[in-house]
Design a protein around this ligand. Sequence first.
Ligand SMILES: Nc1ncnc2c1ncn2[C@@H]1O[C@H](COP(=O)(O)OP(=O)(O)OP(=O)(O)O)[C@@H](O)[C@H]1O
Length: 275
Amino acid sequence: MSAAVAEAVPESFRTVRTPDEQPRPVKIEAKDVSVYYGDKQALFDVSIDVPERAVTAFIGPSGCGKSTFLRCFNRMNDTIPGCYVDGNLMMDSEDLNDHSLDVVLLRAKVGMVFQKPNPFPKSIWENIAYGPKIHGIAKSKSDLDDIVESSLQKAGLWNEVKDRLQEPGTGLSGGQQQRLCIARAVAVSPEVILMDEPCSALDPIATAKVEELIDELRENYTIVIVTHSMQQAARVSQRTAFFHLGILVEEGPTNVLFTSPKEQRTQDYITGRFG
Ligand SMILES: Nc1ncnc2c1ncn2[C@@H]1O[C@H](COP(=O)(O)OP(=O)(O)OP(=O)(O)O)[C@@H](O)[C@H]1O
């Protein structure tokens, strides 16, 4: 940011940043992103570099704008009437806010896993094969079989479901359904996976499995996770961003943010003084 621009940003909107000791390549660069729902501004000049092949956690109290910001990365805010996104979002050299961008393709590249597992009301096999079919990634049954198997393997679900691929996805346990949804996102070869509180509907054992999976997936994917759980952010992420009232207050390596935050608001939040 140039000095002139830095001066133009009100003190209260400035983000305190701690770089990684070993800088990581950047996958998504957000610059001065503001989001409005009609007249109401939900995010104020948010700038952040999301590192490639690492997990970035967004934390902060309810209503601070974490999910709103996450949805900017795959243009899901386009689906909300009256929602307007301003600012710059680049993924590699692609402008994510470009109106001519094919959002269907974008959402294959930037997959999303939601709070509540939402398998299609179809078989386990169809849940995974559907995306590769519509995106033309595979056409023959045997290519699709391969993708179904490898995606379920990557999601750590293959052994549990390989003998029941034709059964409905909705018949699996909550934790299995969430891993099915992760396998479905992985099946279309995404580069980024967005996760919006992916464990909030799961029990502790299913949560631990999904967290293990996130840790494995980061070798090949850029992951951004919104979580209410600071313990989860500390366990799964390499960088953490703390939001408050629509402002990105502080971001840095997860261990630094949780052990020696530089901002009083971050300190107050992580020590449970508000939230
Ligand atoms: N569809 C919408 N229409 C109008 N306002 C919205 C909409 N979605 C979110 N908001 C508002 O934008 C602000 C940020 O909401 P957002 O859901 O992004 O926060 P959050 O940090 O993800 O919250 P939570 O942790 O509770 O999910 C809030 O004030 C919220 O009321």
